[in-house]
Design a protein around this ligand. Structure first.
Ligand code: PRP
Length: 183
């Protein structure tokens, strides 16, 4: 995200904090059911997934682990180049582990395609993906998604970990940024 840019202006709430909490609870229960007697490692993708990953981790409420990876994709003018780079790595080995990648949003699919390839080389026992928001219309790379919170339209959304110029990650609702007021 660019430095010194403004916060834009918030538009309507797309998904309220109550709807988010209810869905995260359902996803946690689904994971708990699917991973009975296993101890999955949740891998949150920095920074957008920090809020979702910490809520989901508590919703799973069974012996499980949480770790984070940082990735960035950038190009001219701050737009995604499609080239994804690892900026910070896991702190543990995932060999033989049941890994669930936890993402806040899938857009083109490039970040998750890169992460799946990268993590698969480390020989986990299984590798799944849980994403809160899926912007289906923007997909350029097909990636299998195991758990989806909400399919959303192609609008710029912020809140619950998602930012615009670094703003709004700590907003409790997920809202649309007013496209007529973007600075
Ligand atoms: C967002 C999001 C995903 C990625 C999805 O990250 O958290 O990692 O974009 O886009 P893609 O499907 O087109 O690859 P962003 O680059 O905004 O960084 P952030 O998580 O640090 O905000």
């Amino acid at each position: 995200m660019g430095q010194g840019l403004g916060p834009g202006r918030l538009g309507r709430v797309l998904i309220s904090r109550g709807e988010v909490a209810a869905r995260v609870g359902e996803l946690g229960r689904a994971i708990r059911r699917d991973y009975t007697k296993r101890s999955p490692l949740l891998v949150g993708v920095l920074k957008g997934a920090i809020v979702f990953a910490s809520d989901l981790f508590r919703a799973v409420s069974q012996p499980s682990g949480l770790d984070f990876m940082g990735v960035s994709s950038y190009g001219a003018g701050g737009h995604s180049s499609g080239i994804v780079r690892l900026t910070s790595d896991l702190s543990v080995s995932i060999e033989g582990r049941d890994v669930i990648i936890v993402e806040d949003i899938i857009d083109t699919g490039r970040t998750i395609a890169y992460l799946r390839r990268n993590l698969a080389t480390r020989h986990p026992r299984s590798l799944a993906l849980c994403v809160l928001l899926d912007k289906v219309a923007r997909r350029e790379v097909e990636v299998p998604v195991d758990y989806v919170g909400f399919a959303i339209p192609d609008e710029f959304v912020v809140g619950y970990g998602l930012d615009y110029n670094g703003f709004y990650r700590n907003l409790r609702d997920i809202a649309v940024l007013d496209p007529t007021a973007v600075s």
